[in-house]
Design a protein around this ligand. Structure first.
Ligand code: HEM
Length: 251
């Protein structure tokens, strides 16, 4: 559903088919929660929180709406795995960081996770239409005009990032947080705009994964194709990223 969202034709139809069957699965999960636990209990998990959520008129959500809400939560959490693959790749290609991050403080993990989100591609851009006449940086927009915000380009813009094509978590050592330069998940303010509200969760999940990977001894990276294309949305190395947990055979 995530991998083929940016394609046209058969791959996109396949993605839509997957979406329909997953919506059915989620609707069943909502119904199962509703028939097995009481609405007056404290929800034990996200499925129950959504299943028993009441709208402003006091009614539970229709099962198909609740199913879509469940997937709106599940889908982006699963999507974080793409960043985790790139974090594993970065650890393998910058071995000095593996030792540095093993048992290191939270600040190093945070810098590494931020650099993974800046350096590697995910969504190339977000689009929207102007709702009123406006002017920005000398460009005039009328209502309905399309605007594309270049997320990947902004994360690699040499005006904001020194040597942007090198992977360097230490660049975040003295970085002053700026809502308009590090924008893999949208720009601006979470509260007043559409910037991704899951950003903190994303950083946290990447940090936890890096911590485990950095602590794992003897992870081998067998021969594979680690190239990725910026034309895929979202991008991933061709082989995914295969790790072999067995210690190397000594000859
Ligand atoms: C791989 C990790 C993720 C990426 C790359 C990502 C990216 C994005 C982007 C680009 C947007 C649109 C921003 C805009 O229009 O300006 C967005 C919106 C959103 N994201 Fe994420 N996201 C991720 C993870 C998450 C997580 C973990 C959650 C929640 C559990 C989440 C929930 C949302 C929601 C609810 C919106 C819509 C916000 C709105 O329209 O006001 N995302 N995300």
């Amino acid at each position: 559903m995530i991998d083929h969202a940016g394609t046209f034709g058969p791959m996109n139809w396949y993605a839509r088919g997957r979406r329909r069957s997953t919506e059915k699965w989620a609707a069943n999960a909502i119904q199962a929660a509703r028939s097995s636990s009481g609405a007056d209990q404290i929800p034990a998990n996200p499925v129950e929180a959504i299943a028993f959520h009441r709208d402003n008129t006091g009614k539970e959500l229709p099962a198909d709406t609740a199913a879509v809400e469940l997937l709106n939560l599940l889908r982006p959490v699963v999507a974080v795995s793409n960043f985790i693959v790139f974090a594993a790749l970065a650890l393998a290609q910058h071995r000095q960081w593996k030792d540095k991050l093993c048992g290191s403080d939270d600040a190093d993990l945070h810098r590494f996770a931020q650099e993974v989100r800046r350096y590697y591609p995910f969504f190339p851009f977000v689009g929207g239409t102007a709702t009123r006449h406006l002017e920005w940086a000398g460009h005039a927009f009328k209502p309905g005009d399309w605007v594309l915000l270049d997320l990947y380009g902004t994360n690699h813009d040499p005006r904001s990032w020194e040597d942007p094509e090198s992977f360097n978590p230490d660049r975040f050592r003295d970085w002053q947080p700026d809502a308009h330069t590090l924008i893999p998940q949208g720009a601006g303010d979470h509260f007043t705009g559409h910037r991704c509200p899951g950003e903190d969760i994303t950083v946290d999940l990447i940090k936890r994964a890096i911590q485990s990977l950095a602590a794992a001894p003897d992870l081998q990276v067998p021969a594979q194709d680690l190239n990725f294309s910026l034309s895929n949305m979202p991008a991933l190395p061709k082989s995914g990223f295969i790790l072999d947990p067995r210690p190397p055979v000594r000859r």
